[in-house]
Design a protein around this ligand. Structure first.
Ligand code: BES
Ligand code: MN
Ligand code: ZN
Length: 502
């Protein structure tokens, strides 16, 4: 769907050629050197105010003189030049595909990546445009008997041909190859996320993980209830005990990095979160099928690094359980001994993510990792604090947090820090056990982070990422995000692995 080309643009046999236009009516620089006459024409059109260049605006111009080469110019608004970010470009990539589909264009050339935009060099422009084109075109239609039966109408295939300079083509082409693997990992995470609770149980997640071992040098161990009992993982067991679909701990090992550092990633995977006996209200409860997004991101990430053949060491831990009420379910007031030996008073069975993570984080340390990152749709409070713009970032290791924040900005998965001041820890005090599993209404995302921090040795750099607001999006408002799971975390972790573990 995305290809590169570096031949003469004027001759390029595409249906249309896309050119970027900034707000304030200025076409991107490259057009002037490539085709003076087109450039003059575009200038005129802009002077007359046919297009302002706002992000998402576009205008189609026929090229009547065309014998070979494109027959239309597609002027694509990029917004204010100094406001362009990776995300703007990603949205542009998605919009290019949509516009092409709506206009019967099957082959769309594109000049946008020939220029630097707001300091983002051409190679990265290719990256963001391609990711936007892919992400926007993602479909989850397994359960649509007629595959074109989506609300956005029928869609035909579009090839987006991104122009790049000859000297850079090989390098960018290799980069694009890597990005395809990251995309596939992200799509695995989205597919898993979009699966409903009846079809994706903890055991089904384990099956999916085992399948990866057929194609990649990944080792998978799955702990069933007996193994969990043997290892005193009462957090995972307690959360899962209300469901007929028993809990699992999925352990994925990818060790291709020799003596390089070891990263442990832990992902919350509640395949459906009803709240348990502390039952959630009915509105939007169906969205709690996405409550395994952390685990899905871990799986997508490990598939991606294996497909890229990255020389790194990673352990993935996915505690998977279904949180349902029943005669077997845990109750408010129950006291459980977690794998770490710490006792927890379960005040609210809907604060289940931290219980499964407590055991998984504790177990992660037995691999002697150099750092631990966990991803979890942990708290509604994080959605209140940050909405869907950014995930919450917590931990005590400033260096690790800073690195993640920077990488997040770069890949378009923003993170924002929340403090774990000691005062917040006090909110978890219990009169009968070592701690409660909830801290009350105040600072809900933070007390979630505080709870987790108690299961990680302070010496190990650790980051907790609350993806409750970013793991899925039902708004349909972001061009590169169809309704449903986002696959958030995969790109962040992949870039982290490439930068920090190699
Ligand atoms: N999975 C939810 C958090 C959640 C809620 C994610 C809404 C995305 C959207 C989590 O298990 C949960 O229920 N958390 C409780 C914690 C509370 C009881 C301390 C919450 O946020 O209400
Ligand atoms: Mn819950
Ligand atoms: Zn949950």
């Amino acid at each position: 769907m995305v290809e590169l080309f570096s031949d003469s643009v004027v001759q390029w046999p595409c249906d249309a050629l896309a050119v970027g236009v900034y707000e304030h009516g200025k076409p991107q620089d490259a057009l002037e050197t490539i085709h003076r006459e087109w450039w003059t024409r575009v200038q005129r059109v802009l002077e007359e105010g046919w297009l302002r260049g706002k992000a998402g605006e576009f205008l189609m111009l026929p090229l009547a003189d065309a014998t070979s080469g494109p027959s239309r110019l597609l002027l694509m608004g990029l917004g204010k030049e100094d406001a362009i970010t990776p995300l703007t470009l990603e949205h542009t990539g998605a919009r290019l595909i949509k516009t092409a589909q709506n206009h019967g264009i099957t082959k769309l050339g594109c000049l946008i990546a020939l220029d630097r935009h707001n300091g983002i060099p051409p190679g990265r422009c290719v990256q963001h445009l391609a990711q936007g084109a892919w992400n926007g075109s993602y479909r989850f239609d397994r359960f649509k008997s007629k595959k074109n039966d989506s609300d956005e109408g029928s869609r035909q295939g579009v090839t987006l041909e991104l122009a790049v300079r000859k000297a850079k083509k090989d390098r960018i082409s290799r980069k694009l190859e890597r990005l395809r693997h990251i995309r596939d990992g992200q799509f695995l995470a989205r597919d898993l996320g979009n699966m409903p609770g009846n079809l994706l149980t903890p055991e089904m997640m384990a099956t999916r993980a085992r399948q990866l071992t057929e194609d990649f040098p990944i080792q998978v161990t799955v702990w069933n209830e007996k193994d969990l009992k043997k290892n005193r993982m009462n957090g995972i067991l307690a959360v899962g005990q209300g469901s007929v679909n028993p809990p699992r701990l999925i352990i994925m090992e990818y060790r291709q990095g020799g003596e390089r550092p070891l990263l442990a990633v832990v992902g919350k995977a509640i395949t459906f979160d009803s709240g348990g006996i502390s039952l959630k209200p009915g509105a939007k409860m169906e969205e709690m099928k996405f409550d395994m997004a952390g685990g899905a991101a871990v799986m997508g990430f490990i598939q991606a690094i294996a497909a890229m053949n990255l020389k790194v060491n990673v352990i993935g831990l996915i505690p998977a359980a279904e949180n349902l009420p029943s005669g077997h379910a845990q109750r408010p007031g129950d006291i459980i001994e977690t794998a770490s030996g710490q006792w927890v008073e379960v005040i609210n069975t809907d604060a289940e993510g931290r219980l499964v993570l407590a055991d998984a984080l504790h177990h992660a340390q037995s691999f002697a990792p150099d750092m631990i990152i966990d991803l979890a749709t942990l708290t509604g409070a994080c959605v209140v604090a940050l909405g869907s713009e950014a995930s919450g970032l917590m931990g005590y290791n400033k260096k690790l947090l800073r690195k993640l924040e920077r990488i997040g900005r770069r890949v378009g998965e923003k993170l924002w820090p929340l403090p774990l001041f000691p005062g917040y820890q006090d909110l978890l005090k219990s009169p009968v056990a070592d701690m409660k599993n909830v801290g009350g209404r105040d600072a809900g995302a933070i007390t979630g982070g505080c709870f987790l921090s108690r299961f990680v040795d302070r010496e190990i750099p650790w980051a907790h990422i609350d993806i409750a607001g970013t793991a899925w999006d039902m708004s349909g408002k972001k061009p590169s995000q169809p309704k449903g799971a986002t696959g958030v975390g995969v790109r962040l972790l992949c870039r982290f692995a490439e930068k920090e573990l190699c």
